[in-house]
Design a protein around this ligand. Structure first.
Ligand SMILES: *[C@@H]1O[C@H](CO)[C@@H](O)[C@H](O)[C@H]1NC(C)=O
Ligand SMILES: *[C@@H]1O[C@H](CO)[C@@H](O)[C@H](O)[C@H]1NC(C)=O
Ligand SMILES: *[C@@H]1O[C@H](CO)[C@@H](O)[C@H](O)[C@H]1NC(C)=O
Ligand SMILES: *[C@@H]1O[C@H](CO)[C@@H](O)[C@H](O)[C@H]1NC(C)=O
Ligand SMILES: *[C@@H]1O[C@H](CO)[C@@H](O)[C@H](O)[C@H]1NC(C)=O
Ligand SMILES: *[C@@H]1O[C@H](CO)[C@@H](O)[C@H](O)[C@H]1NC(C)=O
Length: 569
């Protein structure tokens, strides 16, 4: 009901009653309160100027509507509204003398409290017209609300801890009249139905704009953090591309064991280049429309990027494992195990990732969930991504440690034995010493030749382990957020309070999210792999070989020309 028409009819109505009341002599205008609407607040004799209380009650019926719709959602507002309205329409009778009846009007404070506590919920529900005019004159006494010392202050019936919104009480199908920033309107929401664009990201007809994670961390953190990790990945992609091309083009690099590095570089390049998909516009990759997060069905870009990421992650890990096995075979067993097994290596190290990628695509499981790239959805991420990765990385890690132990032991033994042979130059030691010395020489040489590969394997392993452990421990937190209605509602209550900013509310959901610093660290570390490859294998000899290669090309080009001239002659 419109307040204006409500007030005018009420005024007219009171006017007629008052005229009658004044005509009855000896009537003080005070009576016991016999109504029901204000029974919780009015426990005094009320000044009605002879008016029928039932008539006044009828005019107050919108208070009942208010209590019915918002009583549980915003008890403080409703309580304040009752306190204001009841004291305004039912002035309190004070002492009376023969000539005068003392009347206590309601308090201006109560009215201001309504404005203060109800503005938010009235805005959200589109009922701003209900905000009372605190300067209005009571038609009964022809007086306005009074200042604190001289007014009838009705005590609150709700406690302080009930303050604020209680969204759990909002009935299903309720649609907010207005979606306060940063929320946006749910295009499918209709009053009275539970239709929604996205049940996970929309409530009460309003939605979190995609990507929703931006709202869960302090303002701007995700945007800037992931921009930084994207830059790192970009640099990595370029750097690994340089190594990849070098190993492709330069002579003598397409043979064992350099071929291992070539394949590893290709995997790392693919892994880093996924950043090209999100350059300039991360939303293009992460979202489908304004609200829905991207998945392979609604965003082909996300599908392609996710597929490449799944494939290249597993391929990187597999080629890293191949590198580690090769180092082990060469150092410990002095064997070029893989030299003639590249067909199998290729089939296995590219085939297995392709199989998992195909499985993820077949299950329609490629999605944007959090961080900054599309990957396997949380439902499948362990089966299709993290468990296979662990199955490769854990044995590889152990083997690598074993290799290092072996190197350390041989190195130490040799130094101990050379000391021993200096003190006792007994003959029986000689042959064993020779054997040990040969072993030592081989190991030292192996380390000298392969320290780059050893180092790269270590770096890649540590990176992948960190990333793996991070996801393994943190991903579940995120999936509990979507099902935890209570936390989401508490967070929304916080966000819908106009006194709060986004940063004031992040603490509500922080338990359900990976720590921001850790997330950025994990993303940065995996982003750095290509750069490590470049720093470790971008040795001076490569640049010299490039130099020679370019020189060769030019010389050959000239010779070809000479050749033509020669034949032309
Ligand atoms: C509001 O309605 C509830 C029941 O829905 C009732 O218990 C409560 O007393 C009402 N509040 C007032 C102030 O009338
Ligand atoms: C409510 O309070 C705001 C300031 O807090 C004021 O601007 C506005 O005029 C008030 N509304 C009424 C109806 O008094
Ligand atoms: C209202 O509360 C004040 C204290 O907050 C108390 O002193 C007063 O007696 C209460 N009045 C009524 C009518 O309950
Ligand atoms: C929404 O629907 C309810 C009944 O389902 C109705 O009482 C209410 O007035 C409607 N609100 C709007 C804004 O249409
Ligand atoms: C959370 O709320 C949605 C409706 O908003 C409901 O369908 C779902 O069952 C609730 N989940 C839990 C765990 O209460
Ligand atoms: C919200 O956070 C700001 C600082 O970011 C602080 O100044 C303000 O007091 C907080 N507001 C509330 C209601 O906690």
């Amino acid at each position: 009901m419109n307040t204006l028409s409500f007030t005018t009819t009420f005024l007219l109505f009171l006017w007629t009653l008052m005229v009658h009341a004044q005509q009855a002599p000896g009537n003080t205008g005070c009576t016991e309160y016999t109504g029901s609407i204000c029974s919780k607040y009015v426990d005094y004799s009320v000044y009605t100027a002879g008016m029928d209380i039932n008539m006044i009650e009828q005019q107050l019926s919108n208070l009942q509507t208010l209590n019915a719709t918002l009583g549980e959602i915003d008890p403080t507002c409703v309580d304040n509204y009752f306190r204001y309205a009841c004291s305004f329409y039912y002035p309190k009778c004070g002492e009376s003398t023969a000539e005068q009846q003392e009347v206590w009007m309601g308090c201006t404070t109560s009215c201001l409290e309504v404005n203060e506590t109800c503005s938010n919920i009235f805005t959200l529900t589109g009922q701003m017209s209900l905000i009372p005019d605190c300067n209005a004159k009571s038609p009964i006494t022809d007086s306005t609300l009074q200042p604190d010392q001289s007014c009838n202050y009705l005590n609150s019936t709700v406690t302080k801890d009930q303050a604020g919104l209680h969204l759990a009480a909002v009935p299903p199908g309720f649609v907010l009249a207005e979606c306060p920033s940063p929320f946006i309107r749910d295009p499918k929401a209709k009053n009275g139905t539970t239709d929604t664009e996205n049940a996970a990201f929309c409530r009460f007809g309003c939605c979190m704009p995609c990507p929703a994670q931006d709202l869960f961390f302090n303002e701007g953190w995700t945007k800037h953090g992931f921009l930084a990790t994207n830059v790192v990945r970009f640099v990595s992609a370029v750097a690994s591309f340089v190594i990849l091309v070098s190993y492709l083009v330069l002579p003598d690099k397409r043979r064992h064991p350099s071929l291992l590095i070539l394949n590893f570089a290709l995997a790392i390049f693919l892994f880093s280049m996924v950043v090209f998909f999100s350059i300039g516009d991360t939303k293009r990759l992460q979202c489908s429309g304004d609200i829905n997060p991207a998945d392979m069905d609604n965003n082909a870009l996300c599908g392609a990027q996710g597929a490449i990421l799944i494939f290249s992650s597993l391929a990187t890990v597999l080629w890293c494992a191949a590198l580690i096995i090769n180092l082990h075979m060469h150092t410990v067993w002095n064997s070029s195990f893989f030299a003639n097994k590249y067909i199998f290596l290729h089939v296995f190290c590219w085939g297995v990732p392709a199989a998992f990628m195909a499985a993820a695509l077949g299950l329609h499981a490629v999605k944007f969930e959090f961080a900054n790239l599309c990957l396997v959805s949380i439902d499948y991420i362990f089966d299709l991504f993290f468990y296979p990765m662990a199955a490769i990385i854990a044995p590889a890690f152990l083997l690598h440690i074993l290799t290092f132990f072996y190197i350390a032991r041989v190195a130490m033994k040799e130094s101990a034995q050379s000391e021993a042979s200096q003190s006792h130059s007994a003959n029986s030691f000689a042959s064993r010493n020779q054997l040990a010395a040969r072993k030592h020489k081989h190991v030292i040489q192996a380390v000298k030749i392969q320290w780059r590969a050893l180092l790269l394997a270590i770096v890649a392993l540590v990176t992948v382990l960190f990333y793996w452990i991070f996801y393994f421990t943190q991903v579940n937190r995120l999936s509990t957020l979507e099902t935890d209605n209570e936390t989401i509602l508490t967070w929304l209550e916080c966000m819908l309070d106009p006194d709060n900013t986004q940063d004031n509310c992040t603490h509500v959901v922080s338990n359900h999210l990976p720590p921001f610093g850790l997330m950025i660290t994990a993303e940065t570390l995996v982003g750095l792999v290509g750069l490590w490859l470049f720093l470790i294998f971008g040795k001076r000899s490569i640049w010299r070989e490039w130099n020679d290669w370019i020189y060769d090309m030019r010389v050959r080009g000239r010779m070809d020309k000479n050749g033509e001239q020669f034949f032309a002659l």
